[in-house]
Design a protein around this ligand. Structure first.
Ligand SMILES: NC(=O)c1ccc[n+]([C@@H]2O[C@H](COP(=O)([O-])OP(=O)(O)OC[C@H]3O[C@@H](n4cnc5c(N)ncnc54)[C@H](OP(=O)(O)O)[C@@H]3O)[C@@H](O)[C@H]2O)c1
Length: 271
């Protein structure tokens, strides 16, 4: 059975960056796609792009941090397009400041967009997947959800939470003997502009990733029902390094430049 063709996929933050590329990739493989985003300019651009490429991508404004809006727009999606088969929880933001320099509102917004929103979309779309005994939930977390990063306290916390959400959900579905699939995605920095200015000390081991390559891995994971995407492969070493005493783990993180990667962070600048 083809896991993508003729399925309905909904991607949050689907008009820019990784979300946009996953939307295009799934549509090229025969899915109908709904892209939710908060950026109206980006929504307009992806609508035009899809029309030009003759791809079935519907762009809708939805601020996923707004629970009522998520439920309202989810009802609209069901009414217009039917049951969502593939949910890609991708929308994410970053404050990029040291913990005590991060305004309270930014911390709250990061948690609302990067984590809480994932609960609202799951509440909206998972029941129908479970009922049908079919579906796929993709959670876009980050390598910063596997290791805490200096200058990313709220972001790292939100991504650790997403990793936990995926794992708990996977176990829950397994216990229910549900055939709904899950995928957790933990990439290192990607060249989308969200993390403009970040640097890597060992680009051969930890390259700044190309968005197209990451999107391809995500689409491939959906096609094959792969449960975990960690990229580049060197990030897998975190699982082993966690066996070290904390002091040694911290020294390794320093050595690999993780503690200084955010020093020149500029982040997304909207023209
Ligand atoms: N880029 C990286 O280095 C990197 C690395 C690891 C993981 N990730 C994760 O990958 C995901 C996608 O990142 P990306 O680099 O593709 O980001 P991106 O280029 O900024 O795209 C994310 C899209 O989500 C939108 N968005 C933000 N808040 C939203 C909200 N409340 N409701 C709906 N849409 C919203 C953004 O709009 P605005 O532009 O208006 O905010 C943007 O259009 C995120 O979860 C991110 O944390 C990224």
């Amino acid at each position: 059975m083809n896991a993508i063709k003729d399925k309905l996929a909904l991607i949050t933050g689907g008009a820019s960056g990784i979300g946009r590329l996953v939307a295009l990739g799934l549509a090229e493989r025969g899915a109908r796609v709904v892209a939710w985003d908060i950026d109206e300019g980006a929504l307009e651009r992806i609508s035009h792009e899809a029309a030009k490429l003759k791809l079935p991508i519907a762009a809708m404004r939805c601020d996923v941090s707004d629970r009522a809006e998520v439920y309202r727009q989810a009802a609209k999606v069901r009414e217009l397009f039917g049951r969502v088969d593939i949910l890609v929880n991708n929308a994410g933001i970053v404050s990029g400041r040291k913990l005590l320099d991060t305004p309270d509102e930014k911390i709250e917004r990061t948690m609302a967009v990067n984590v809480l929103a994932q609960f609202w979309t799951l509440k909206a779309f998972l029941p129908a997947m479970i009922e049908k005994g079919e579906g796929h939930v993709v959670t876009i977390a980050s390598a910063a959800g596997l290791v805490g990063v200096t200058g990313l306290a709220d972001y790292s916390a939100s991504k650790f939470a997403s990793v936990g959400l995926d794992e708990a959900l996977r176990m829950e579905l397994r216990k229910q003997r549900s055939r709904v699939r899950t995928t957790i995605v933990c990439p290192f920095f990607i060249d989308t502009g969200l993390f403009a200015g970040v640097k890597t000390r060992f680009p051969l081991l930890l390259p700044i990733l190309k968005p197209e390559a990451v999107a391809l891995k995500i689409v491939g994971a959906i096609a094959r029902g792969k449960k975990r995407v960690v990229t580049p492969p060197f990030v897998y070493s975190v699982y082993l390094l966690r066996l070290l005493p904390v002091r040694a783990l911290d020294a390794v993180a320093d050595f690999f430049g993780i503690s200084s990667s955010m020093d020149d962070f500029k982040g997304r600048t909207h023209e």
